[in-house]
Design a protein around this ligand. Structure first.
Ligand code: SF4
Length: 500
C-alpha cells in the first residue's frame, strides 16, 4: 500500500474555525447528504475517471474525499479533507496509477469529521490488500465494534464502515469476495459499497436497497456509481442498477453476480433520495428525479391550494416542486429570490454584525417583483425551520403582502438511522411542534405539507418499495437507539456563532 506523497498531511484535522464554518453550512434547513461512492475496473485512466465521477457526486458529501487505485499488484491512496476539486490535482492523480480505482466523497454520518475517517479505507489482509468505500449507516456497528474490541481488535477510525473492514480481515473464508460477503452478512442497516482488491472491483447493496448504486460501461471497462449523473459526466453508458442484496464481482473484464443475503419482503429505497438528496438529472431505479419532484409539487398543489399571485421556490431545494405547484395551480412561477452561487465557507463580516447575515449572503429577494404580492413559497422539507423563518421575513420586508409556505414532503418527525445526517428528534421542529405552531414559528400566513398518503401515492409510479420512516415512523430495520453511532457530533461539540 503506497501513500501518495503529501496525502494525509495537507489538511490534518479541521481547526475549530473550520469546524465552526462547516457547522454554519449545516445550519441550512435541510437534512444532509451522506456519502457517494464510485468505482472503475479496466480503464487506463482509472484515477482520472474516478476523480470526475466524484466531482459529479460532490453534492453527496463535502467534508472529505479520497481515491484508491490499483495496478494489480499494489494499491495507491490519496485522501484529504475538502472538496474534490481542491483535494486533487494533475500531479496527485498521476501518482495514482493502474487500471482499477475506487473513490468516496464523505459527509460524516457516523463518526466524526476528521481525516482518519475519510474513505476509501485501506487494509492489508493475509489475502492481499483491500480498499473499501461505503455509503449508508450500520445500525449494529457499535455492538460489533464492542465485540471485536473485546477480542483485541484495534480500530483506527470512529466510522461505522470500519466494522466491515475489521470483520473482513477476521473472516475465515477463502477469497476476499467471500470474506466481504461473510462480513456483510453480519451487519445490519444500509450499505451501498464498492471494494477494490488488487485486481477485482466488487460492488454490493444491502437487502433493503436503502442507497442507490448503478452500473455502467466505459471503453470496455465497468463503472459503479452512487448516481447516474456520475456516469453521464464521464460518458459511460448506463447498464443497470444493482438489485437490493446483490453483489457483483468484476475481474478480468467479466462480471459475476451473487445474491448471498437472506432476502427481505420488500425493497426499502430511501424516498428522501428522490425528494432532496439526489441530483435532479440522476435516475434512481430508472426514474428521473426531476420528474418525480415536479409530481410532488403537483400533488402538493392539489392537497393545499391557495389564492396567490406567484409561486416562489426556495433556491435550489424547492425549484422543481415549485414548478410542479405552479403548473398544477396555474399561478405564475417567479424566481423572486436570487441565490449567490459563489458563497464559500468563509466570509469577512463587518465589525458591526449584520442581522441575518448568514442567510442574506446566500439569498436576496427581488423587491420589484414582490411589492403587494401574495406569495406561495415552496421548499422540499423543513428540519429546524431556521432558514425558512428568515426567508419569510425577507419576503415580507421586500414587499410581499402574504406568504404561504408549501412543503413537498410530509413533516419530518423522526431521525434517519440509515445513512442520512439528521438532527435528533429534539431538534426536528415537526417532532416538537404541531403544524399550526410551525406556521406561527416561521411567521407564514398559511402552511401546507404534503401528506404521507400523497407521497406514497406519488411514489406508486416508481419501481420498488420505499423507506419513509423519517415521516411515518415505520423503520424497516429495527433500531436500538443506544446502539446507533452518534450522528452529528459536530452539532454537539461546536458552539454556534451568535450572529448566524
Ligand atoms: Fe431516507 Fe428517511 Fe428512510 Fe432515512 S429514514 S432512509 S432519510 S426515508
Amino acid at each position: 500500500m503506497k501513500e501518495v506523497a503529501g496525502s494525509e498531511s495537507l489538511l490534518p484535522v479541521l481547526t475549530p474555525e473550520q469546524e465552526a464554518e462547516l457547522l454554519r453550512d449545516r445550519q441550512h434547513d435541510h437534512f444532509h447528504d451522506e456519502c457517494g461512492v464510485f468505482g472503475i475496473h479496466g480503464h487506463p485512466e482509472a484515477a482520472n475517471i474516478t476523480y470526475l465521477g466524484l466531482y459529479a457526486l460532490q453534492h453527496r458529501g463535502q467534508e472529505s474525499c479520497g481515491i484508491v487505485s490499483s495496478t494489480g499488484r499494489e494499491h495507491y491512496v490519496h485522501r484529504s479533507m475538502g472538496l474534490v476539486a481542491d483535494v486533487f490535482n494533475e500531479a496527485i492523480l498521476e501518482r495514482l496509477p493502474g487500471r482499477y480505482a475506487i473513490g468516496h466523497v464523505r459527509y460524516s454520518t457516523a463518526g466524526g469529521s476528521e481525516l482518519r475517517n475519510a474513505q476509501p479505507f485501506v487494509a492489508t489482509t493475509d489475502g492481499g490488500g483491500v480498499a473499501l468505500a461505503h455509503n449508508g449507516n450500520l445500525v449494529n456497528a457499535m455492538t460489533i465494534r464492542r465485540e471485536l474490541e473485546g477480542r483485541g481488535a484495534i480500530f483506527s477510525t470512529t466510522a461505522d464502515s470500519e466494522v466491515i473492514v475489521q470483520l473482513l480481515a477476521r473472516s475465515r473464508e477463502q477469497s476476499l469476495e467471500e470474506r466481504l460477503i461473510d462480513a456483510l452478512s453480519r451487519v445490519k442497516g444500509a450499505f451501498s459499497l464498492v471494494m477494490l482488491t488488487q485486481d477485482a472491483l466488487i460492488a454490493a447493496r444491502d437487502p433493503y436497497g436503502f442507497r442507490p448504486l448503478s452500473l455502467g460501461r466505459l471503453d470496455g471497462g465497468w463503472v459503479a456509481a452512487s448516481e447516474t449523473c456520475a456516469l453521464d459526466l464521464i460518458g459511460a453508458t448506463f447498464e443497470r442498477d444493482l438489485d437490493p442484496g446483490e453483489v457483483v464481482v468484476i475481474r478480468r473484464g467479466r462480471l459475476r453476480t451473487l445474491r448471498p443475503f437472506t432476502p427481505v419482503p420488500n425493497e426499502r429505497f430511501c424516498i428522501f433520495e428522490h425528494i432532496y438528496f439526489a441530483r435532479p438529472d440522476s435516475n434512481l431505479n430508472r426514474h428521473n428525479v426531476y420528474a418525480f419532484r415536479k409530481d410532488l409539487g403537483r400533488v402538493l398543489a392539489r392537497e393545499h391550494p391557495v389564492s396567490a399571485d406567484c409561486v416562489v421556490p426556495v433556491l435550489d431545494s424547492g425549484n422543481t416542486a415549485a414548478l410542479g405547484y405552479a403548473e398544477e395551480s396555474g399561478i405564475p412561477y417567479e424566481q423572486a429570490m436570487i441565490r449567490n452561487h459563489y458563497v464559500r465557507r468563509t466570509f469577512i463580516e463587518p465589525a458591526q454584525s449584520i442581522r441575518h447575515f448568514g442567510v442574506k449572503v446566500k439569498h436576496n429577494a427581488v423587491r420589484g417583483l414582490l411589492q403587494g404580492k401574495r406569495v406561495v413559497l415552496v421548499d422540499d422539507s423543513i428540519v429546524r425551520g431556521t432558514t425558512l423563518t428568515k426567508l419569510v421575513t425577507m419576503l415580507r420586508s421586500s414587499g410581499a403582502r402574504e406568504v404561504h409556505v408549501r412543503i413537498s414532503s410530509p413533516p419530518t418527525t423522526g431521525p434517519c438511522h440509515y445513512g442520512i445526517d439528521t438532527p435528533t428528534r429534539e431538534e426536528l421542529i415537526a417532532a416538537q411542534k404541531t403544524v399550526e405552531e410551525i406556521r406561527q414559528h416561521i411567521g407564514a400566513d398559511s402552511i401546507g405539507y404534503l401528506s404521507v398518503e400523497g407521497l406514497r401515492k406519488a411514489a406508486e409510479g416508481l419501481k420498488g418499495g420505499f423507506c419513509d420512516a423519517c415521516f411515518s415512523g415505520e423503520y424497516p430495520v429495527p433500531v436500538d437507539e443506544e446502539d446507533v453511532p452518534p450522528q452529528l457530533s459536530l452539532f454537539r461539540e461546536v458552539e454556534v456563532p451568535k450572529n448566524q
